[in-house]
Ligand binder design. Structure first.
Ligand SMILES: [Zn+2]
Length: 560
């Protein structure tokens, strides 16, 4: 997912919202959700009554018990009015009750591990509050025009508003969608389009199938009167669905997708992991710029339109590369629970910069990360919801998508890269992705992969940057007596130690001494809150520069 970042107004509004949504969640809660079953496959049939804003669902959930014997099945479902629940394939009726956002089904007998259970649900949703969004056409000449459309947004846990599911990221299943739309409309779903069948009543049913398991929050559809721009990367079909009168700007926004795919394959050493990659622009996407629905990214039309203007080019490139990067980081390898969301969003944010490094060079990469760093430092000063990257107070709502999880996440990955070196970093990324392909991950999985790739112990790094909050606020003083050994540098870490923020961060700190005969680089090993160093430099030092190549990007520095 990508938060809206286009306007200063929005950023100020976001800060205000953070005040309002400050969390008071208990620290140390178990972020995992226990499971008694494993969903194997969802087959979702969906049709609509536009005028009444009704979604008709007919969903079959195939699952197997994890803890036998299994006598009943609880699935998440909010606002779904069930007319029938049966056991497939014989369609024998089952008893069920709904309460507290769940449907509890009593099975016809006890089932043991390894047995397959297939449950079919017929239901409708009238005027859905979340999950599915009906958007009216906008035709007014003085407004931004768009066709009528229906689209979904699940992350973090709104899939349950349109299909019964185990709606938590650790459960991965294959999926199939049968989406019935009006003549002249298209439906974009997850995975390969199997067929689109003309029905007797003039409607058309699009059948999509995802053959690799994915989390519930990545299931999606977009329906509307769109044109499709097509391309191909190797044997992967690429599509960009746009409004007919926005073909040109859609083409610009779409244009670098192939190049990004190639760059990400080269950097990660992992081929694009799915059968196709579609992107669709939609109206009314509210607080977000984009969502990495598996193989079928959704993009806010207002954000795509930035591609029209020179100032908007990097915004759209970052958006497209961010959502594409999620195919590897988030969709293929997924945070096991919401406290680990930074593994999705920090990586997607970091990969925006990694694409810029490939396309425009190192200075552009660093500049992108400096902006992320500055955004985090600004937020950290005022946020009432400060938390470590691994966020044990995470709550499954939009407060998840904050500056720490995105911007700090990206910057910490840059610092990890600087700590272990370029070769070990990308080798570590490759084994992290390969080892957990189509599975879910926690921060220690990244730590293990990086330790093995680099041969370094990294507990200290993860303790201070991932499992703690804040950043070092450095106050550097220096004195320069002309005698040898007269150069003294004192580094004071002035951040407030508040139980969440370390009193002393550890890191190697580059100091460049500017002498009459040129710069001299010294590296100071910082391990304490206040530390003084004596340096033997015979030549007079005119001034000093701290961490010129931005290895320890997440810090503030005052030189006195
Ligand atoms: Zn994202």
């Amino acid at each position: 997912m990508e938060r809206k970042s286009g306007s200063l107004c929005f950023q100020v509004a976001s800060l205000f919202l953070l005040f309002l949504t400050a969390l008071v969640a208990a620290k140390g809660q178990n972020p995992d959700r226990p499971r008694t079953l494993d969903v194997k496959h969802y087959a979702i049939h969906i049709s609509f009554d536009r005028d009444k804003k009704i979604v008709y669902g007919d969903t079959t959930v195939e699952l197997t018990p994890l803890s036998a014997p299994l006598n009943s099945v609880d699935l998440d479902a909010i606002g779904l009015k069930f007319s029938k629940v049966t056991m497939s394939p014989r369609e024998s009726p089952l008893t069920y009750r709904t309460s507290d956002g769940q449907i509890a089904i009593t099975l016809d007998r006890s089932y043991s591990s390894g047995e397959n259970i297939s449950l079919r649900f017929n239901y409708s949703i009238t005027d859905p509050k979340k999950g599915v969004y009906f958007i009216d056409a906008e035709k007014a000449a003085n407004k931004f025009q768009h066709p009528a459309q229906i689209w979904t947004q699940n992350e973090p846990e709104d899939g349950r508003y349109w299909f019964p599911s185990f709606d938590f990221p650790s459960d991965k299943a294959t999926s199939e969608e049968f989406i019935t739309v009006q003549k002249g409309e298209v439906a974009v779903g997850n995975g390969r389009l199997i067929d689109n069948v003309q029905n007797a009543d003039g409607t058309v049913t699009y059948h999509y199938r995802m053959n690799v398991p994915h989390s519930t929050y990545l299931t999606s559809f977009v329906v509307g009167d769109f044109i499709k721009l097509s391309d191909k990367y190797k044997d992967i079909p690429l599509g960009f669905y746009a409004y007919a009168d926005r073909r040109r700007v859609a083409g610009i926004a779409f244009s670098r997708t192939k190049e990004m795919m190639e760059d990400f394959e080269v950097l990660t050493g992992i081929s694009f992991p799915f059968e196709k990659y579609d992107q669709a622009m939609v109206a009314g996407f509210q607080d977000f710029d984009g969502m990495e629905n598996v193989t079928a990214t959704t993009l806010a039309d207002t954000s795509v339109l930035f591609a029209e203007y020179p100032f908007g080019k990097p915004i759209v490139e970052n958006l497209v590369s961010h959502e594409l990067a999620h195919s590897w980081f988030g969709d293929m390898v997924t945070c096991k629970n919401w406290s680990e969301l930074w593994l999705n969003e920090g990586f997607a944010t970091f990969m925006e910069a990694a694409f810029r490094e490939k396309a425009y060079g190192r200075a552009n990469y660093i500049q992108t990360l400096i902006q992320d760093r500055d955004e985090f430092i600004t937020d950290d000063a005022v946020s009432k919801n400060r938390h470590p990257l691994r966020n044990l107070s995470a709550k499954a709502d939009n407060s998840l998508f904050d500056v720490t999880t995105y911007q700090k996440g990206g910057v910490v990955l840059h610092m990890l890269r600087e700590t272990v070196g370029d070769t070990a970093f990308w080798k570590g990324v490759n084994s992290y992705l390969s080892r957990h392909k189509f599975d879910s991950v926690v921060s220690s999985d990244l730590q293990s992969a990086m330790e093995e790739a680099s041969g370094q112990k990294l507990q200290w790094f993860f303790d201070q940057w991932v499992y703690a909050a804040g950043y070092p606020k450095l106050e550097v003083t220096w004195t320069n007596d002309p005698a040898p050994g007269g150069l003294k540098i004192t580094v004071n870490q002035a951040q407030k130690s508040d139980g969440m923020t370390p009193a002393a961060f550890q890191f190697p700190l580059d100091v460049t001494l500017l002498t009459e005969s040129g710069p001299v680089l010294q590296t100071l090993k910082i391990t304490k809150r206040v530390e003084s160093f004596t340096i033997n430099e015979a030549r007079p030092v005119k001034s000093i520069e701290i961490d010129k190549s931005e290895k320890i990007l997440l810090k503030s520095v005052k030189i006195k």
